[in-house]
Design a protein around this ligand. Structure first.
Ligand code: C2E
Ligand code: MG
Ligand code: MG
Length: 732
């Protein structure tokens, strides 16, 4: 081998004289001695063969060189004594720091030593001799491949084999990039916050698990390694696991798997896998992303998209979907369905009085009662602050819907216990029946809503079915609302006064201010019709303020002993400071507070709020009088009679009408009058129209009366002479 590279071939110049000499010699010998000539020609033949052999060897050497230069690895041939025989460029490049020492015949051990001294081998530092001895021993008895780190940070994989002549052939591969990749992979794997496993493709056992996997699943490393990966899964997953932990797991990319932690708790995971080679065997690298929380959050978002978070009922979106489903079902199978729109009466005042926390509890309690009341196939939703929607399927008779509506009104009307207090509210319900009242969800729900607004306008606490005219009525109402606004702004309202008469003396003791609206097209419109509109449209404050000021001003022209009574809507207590309004009206007109009576209704006490009671106490402290109007028609809890010291009870007209011939009414009025006497309140009977009613009321002991029998409400100029000149003729 040695000769292959370095033995010098005879030069052309050297060979020519020899050949010439042989030629001459052979010619001479051949002529002088025939035998010797033959020998010489043999010799020449041998010489030719030798030359051919040399040429062959030269060619073989050149081919070998070319071959080893082509190889990407470094290659070195050493003789049996460890001397350099042959090496390629790549070898020189790998050991470029020692390349100057590579000489044919130089010993590798020596170059190694020099390299160690130069610090080319970081592993040798501090144990130079041992390291060299070990390295040479490995070379003498080559077995395993091994790695060698160089001082410039490169890593060389060394593989050595004995050759047949006792020498050594050594291969050197620069695996620095590989090592770097391996190191990055290790880092990516081990330090990855996502739990990762390496699973053997053949046995489906866990070969490696990163720290995140160990921590997340709660296993010590020893328990995890060698564990069948299937055991991480719940049994339900198992059918597809072979496919998941295979070389082509992509098909299951979107699947959500359930893994079990060591403590038995289940987590939902998305599994991303990739086939790799691990320790020269096919394996699958698995990243298990715990999506339990994400899924929980997604489920929560999906839930919230269709539910009201406060009551847990369906929300408006879901309600519309329920209606759509019901409508499409009846469009296929026929039959009826219904949409109920349930509004809570008086919820707002409870909310304002007791606070939003109590309001929330009340809504939750209502939702529970509604849900309990519904039959199967009906779905309830909360569709507004104090509004619930119900979709009823499979209705065979509208009477079923009426029965449900009645039950709902009953259960919602029953007292609630909220924060230790008894609270009573009511329910009004509008009903639209499908398909007649709407074949499309939006229309059906709108019509149910329209029916509800009609209930609210004309007597809460009941239910109504949608009627086609309601649309026209709703439009009419909107028009009325706009006209009323214009009338208030344009000062087009008027105030009339209806006298209150002492049933004992017959004298006019007061006059009640009643607002009047002469509509351009419709003539006089009853306040019973437009006051609720003013309340809902937010016009009541302006209207009330106008009436109060006008009444106080007009009353200053009346005889001193005649008081003026002004009606206050509960809504005024909610939307402004009533005491300030009254003070300001009194101050502006100079009317004595003692001449002002403020009429409130029982519904004000549904609030049970301190704010209402405080305002009423303030008003009384100002010196005004408080009258309880329409007594007996409201929610009639007698409790408020004690909770607030008012001055007058006005017995509602419904008890007065026909009282002369109705013993029950007489009994009720007698009881109220008795109550008034005991509590020290004046009693006034409203709506006296006949002499018989008057006589009956006087016999019962009612102190004051008001009604068409004495006078209708009249404008100020018609009232004045009535007050001063005339005594009501019917009073004896
Ligand atoms: P109210 O306060 O109970 O007023 C008495 C109502 O009964 C008046 O109706 C009056 O005209 C009517 N009335 C009086 N005597 C008789 C009678 O003998 N027979 C009959 N059938 N009716 C009689 P009006 O003026 O239509 O007012 C209706 C309601 O509108 C009032 O009831 C009151 O609640 C409200 N209202 C009227 N003006 C105002 C106001 O300025 N502010 C507020 N907040 N409400 C008002
Ligand atoms: Mg009144
Ligand atoms: Mg009244």
């Amino acid at each position: 081998m040695k000769r292959l590279k370095y033995e010098k071939r005879p030069s052309q110049a050297g060979r020519r004289p020899l050949r010439a000499a042989l030629k001459v010699l052979s010619g001479e010998v051949a002529t002088r001695h025939g035998g010797l000539g033959a020998q010489l020609s043999e010799l020449e033949g041998a010489l030719r063969m030798a030359r051919n052999a040399v040429e062959g060897a030269r060619l073989a050497n050149a081919r070998l060189r070319e071959a080893i230069e082509i190889l990407p690895q470094g290659i070195v041939f050493l003789d049996s004594e460890g001397r350099y025989v042959l090496w390629n460029e790549q070898y020189s490049r790998i050991y470029h720091r020692s390349a100057d020492l590579f000489k044919v015949g130089a010993k590798l051990a020596d170059t190694l030593r020099v390299g160690v001294m130069r610090g080319d081998y970081p592993a040798a530092k501090g144990c130079e001799d041992e390291w060299i001895a070990e390295r040479l021993a490995k070379m003498r008895t080559p077995q395993e491949r091994h790695e060698q780190w160089l001082s410039d940070g490169r890593c060389i994989l060394i593989e050595e084999r004995h050759t047949s002549d006792g020498g050594i052939i050594g291969l050197r591969v620069d695996i620095t990039e590989l090592k770097e990749r391996e190191a990055s992979f290790r880092l990516l794997f081990e330090a990855n916050p996502v739990p990762m496993f390496v699973v053997s493709e053949a046995g489906k056992t866990i070969l490696s698990a990163n720290a995140a996997a160990r921590n997340h699943y709660g296993y010590p490393e020893a328990e995890l390694i060698g564990k069948p990966v299937h055991s991480l899964h719940v049994t339900g997953d198992r059918g597809q696991l072979d496919a998941l932990y295979s070389s082509e797991p992509g098909i299951l990319a979107d699947h959500v798997w359930t893994h079990l932690k060591r403590d038995g708790s289940a987590i939902e995971v998305a599994i991303y896998s990739q086939s790799i080679v691990h320790d020269r065997s096919p394996a699958v690298l698995v990243a298990a992303v715990d999506i339990t929380e994400r899924r929980r959050a997604e489920a929560q978002v999906a839930y919230l998209a269709h539910h009201d978070p406060l009551t847990g009922l369906a929300n408006r979106t879901a309600h519309i979907e329920h209606a759509e489903q019901m409508l499409s079902a009846i469009s296929v199978s026929g039959g009826l369905g219904a949409s109920l729109c349930v509004g809570l009466d008086n919820f707002k005042s409870v909310n304002e009085t007791m606070g939003p926390a109590a309001g929330d509890l009340l809504l939750q309690a209502c939702a529970r009662r509604i849900s309990k009341t519904l039959r199967q196939g009906s779905e309830a939703a909360r569709v507004g602050g104090d509004e619930f929607g119900i979709v009823m399927r499979d209705v065979s008779d509208p009477e079923e819907v009426s029965a449900v509506a009645r039950r709902l009104i009953d259960v919602i009307g029953a007292p609630f216990k909220i924060q230790g207090q008894q609270v009573t509210i009511g329910a009004s319900i509008g009903i639209a029946v499908a398909p007649g009242d709407g074949e499309e969800a939006g229309k059906l729900l709108k019509n149910a809503n329209l029916a509800l607004s009609q209930v609210k306008l004309r007597g809460k606490g009941s239910f109504r079915y949608f009627e086609a005219e309601m649309n026209a009525r709703a439009q009419e109402r909107r028009r009325l609302e706009s006209d009323l606004r214009t009338a208030i702004e344009g000062n087009a309202l008027d105030v009339h006064y209806q006298p209150l008469v002492s049933l004992t003396s017959g004298r006019i003791v007061a006059a009640e201010a009643l607002v009047r609206w002469a509509h351009g097209e419709r003539g006089f419109i009853s306040p019973a019709e437009f006051i609720p509109i003013a309340e809902e449209a937010g016009l009541i404050w302006a209207l009330g303020d106008f009436v109060l000021r006008r009444a106080c001003r007009d009353a200053t022209a009346w005889p001193e002993h005649v008081r003026v009574a002004v009606n206050l809507s509960p809504m005024q207590f909610r939307c402004g400071n009533v005491r300030e309004m009254v003070e300001s009206a009194l101050a502006a007109t100079g009317l004595s507070p003692d001449r002002l009576e403020l009429e409130i209704t029982e519904s004000l006490f549904l609030d049970r709020s301190n704010m209402v009671l405080d305002t009423l106490a303030d008003l009384r402290n100002l010196g005004t009088h408080i009258a309880m109007d329409d007594f007996g028609t409201g929610y009639s809890s007698l409790g408020y009679l004690c909770s607030f010291p008012f001055d007058k009870i006005k017995i509602d007209r419904s008890f007065v009408q026909g009282i002369a011939s109705n013993v029950e009414k007489q009994a009720v009025v007698r009881a109220i009058v008795g109550l008034g006497e005991t509590l020290g309140k004046t009693t006034t009977a409203e709506g006296i129209e006949t002499d018989a009613e008057l006589a009956c009321l006087r016999s019962i002991g009612c102190e004051q009366g008001q009604g068409y029998l004495f006078s209708k409400a009249r404008p100020q100029d018609a009232l004045l002479p009535f007050l001063t000149k005339r005594k009501p003729k019917r009073v004896a």
